[in-house]
Ligand binder design. Structure first.
Ligand code: SF4
Length: 388
């Protein structure tokens, strides 16, 4: 089964740590952008080059399993733009009866009016970027909302019947202590949230956060504190009955993100919109340009503003190792041999040996390899050791 991702790049303001493609262009750009998304979908369906996406996605004859509207800030869409977006989707796509339809939202956009607008759409899952429940930290990050607004948004959504909620948190934030992060996780879990994504703060090139670091205005959390936060997160979510199903993702049984899971298992997906990526499930990834005005202009001229990357054998092997080891299912050695041959399997077995002996990787009864708790803490280095 495959998924459709739609990128809505509008943000009211920019958070200091963010390196996703988004723009603060005014709302008057929303309708032209939504129309361009519809045109891109038509072009994708008819364009010979990407006909394989079409057949994989079943946009003509079968049903779509997951739809994810991400950003940017999709909850910034006006009611007119959101309705038009779902009308376009409805014209081109058949969703499976049990399709997972996710929209990302910022807490301060969630209000009873927005929720009633959502009720007219097939959305059944909301992913909300809360990041922290400390107002001082939220201000430092230039988040637009307060902790109270985030909690209120969760309550409103739950009262309206949206139980399938995912919350994003960040740890290793400037000024954050272990006890503050622990209190965030406890509070989110106490609210009955079935899905939690938590990431260590990254200092990405070109972000205001990186500039602040260069000027000495913020410092990176030391590694010990970040590891203590991650450790606490794993314990608290485990005690609350959530599965640690991917390095940064935790869910109650039955509440995993089906859409994001398809990224980690190499399932094909189609990404629409400025900055969106696609994967044909075989050898090709494509990347749309990260420029809203150029995206609209080229789409209006009947061109797909994307670059295609052909993945060679090494790149495919590296992706397989990296993505599977992120998941609790791990890396299947039999599938690795089947897809890449005995020689590549032997290479992998040689490289994993010290990590198995060091207790960072374990081999399960079904002949797959997965990270141990120790391995989770050094996953980046460990995974890069296994690459070609
Ligand atoms: S709202 Fe989300 S996408 Fe927009 S700048 Fe902040 S983190 Fe990035």
């Amino acid at each position: 089964m495959a998924g459709l991702y739609i990128h809505i790049p509008f943000c009211q303001s920019r958070c200091i740590y963010c390196d996703f493609y988004s723009t603060t262009l005014p709302a008057s750009w929303q309708m032209p952008y939504i129309e361009a998304l519809g045109r891109e979908l038509e072009l994708r369906v008819t364009n010979y080059e990407i006909r394989n996406y079409n057949s994989e996605l079943g946009t003509q004859n079968s049903e779509l399993d997951t739809l994810y509207i991400g950003g940017g800030t999709p909850s910034q869409l006006t009611s007119e733009a959101l309705r038009r977006l779902f009308h376009i989707i409805d014209q081109h796509i058949t969703l499976a009866p049990d399709a997972e339809v996710t929209i990302e939202a910022n807490p301060d956009d969630v209000c009873p009016q927005w929720i009633s607008l959502l009720k007219d759409t097939p959305v059944n899952r909301i992913s909300m970027g809360v990041q922290s429940l400390d107002d001082g930290i939220l201000r430092t990050l230039h988040r637009r909302h307060t902790a109270r607004q985030a909690k209120e948004a969760i309550k409103w959504l739950q009262e309206a019947g949206y139980q399938n909620l995912s919350i994003d948190l960040i740890y290793g934030l400037p000024g954050q202590s272990l006890s503050q992060f622990e209190s965030d996780v406890r509070e989110v879990l106490a609210m009955g949230i079935p899905h939690l994504s938590a990431y260590a703060l990254q200092f990405e090139e070109g972000t205001p956060l990186m500039q602040m670091k260069a000027k000495g205005e913020v410092t990176e959390a030391d590694e010990e504190l970040s590891l203590a936060c991650y450790n606490k997160l794993i314990d608290l979510t485990h005690n609350a009955g959530l599965e640690h199903y991917e390095i940064s993702n935790f869910a109650r049984p039955g509440w995993r993100s089906r859409h994001n899971s398809s990224y980690w298992t190499g399932t094909p997906y189609l990404g629409l919109g400025a900055g969106a990526h696609s994967y044909d499930g075989k050898r090709q990834r494509s990347y749309n340009c990260e420029d809203l005005k150029r995206y609209i202009q080229e789409i209006e001229q009947g061109q797909l503003p994307m670059q295609i990357e052909e993945l060679d054998e090494d790149a495919r092997y590296n992706e397989r190792v990296m993505l599977s080891l992120r998941t609790c299912e791990g890396l299947s050695l039999s599938a690795l041999e089947q897809d890449f041959g005995r020689e590549r399997l032997n290479y992998c077995l040689r490289m994993v040996k010290p990590h198995i002996e060091g207790g960072r990787l374990q081999e399960k009864a079904d002949k797959s390899l997965c990270l141990t708790r120790l391995g989770l803490f050094v996953s980046d280095d460990l995974i890069s050791d296994l690459m070609v």
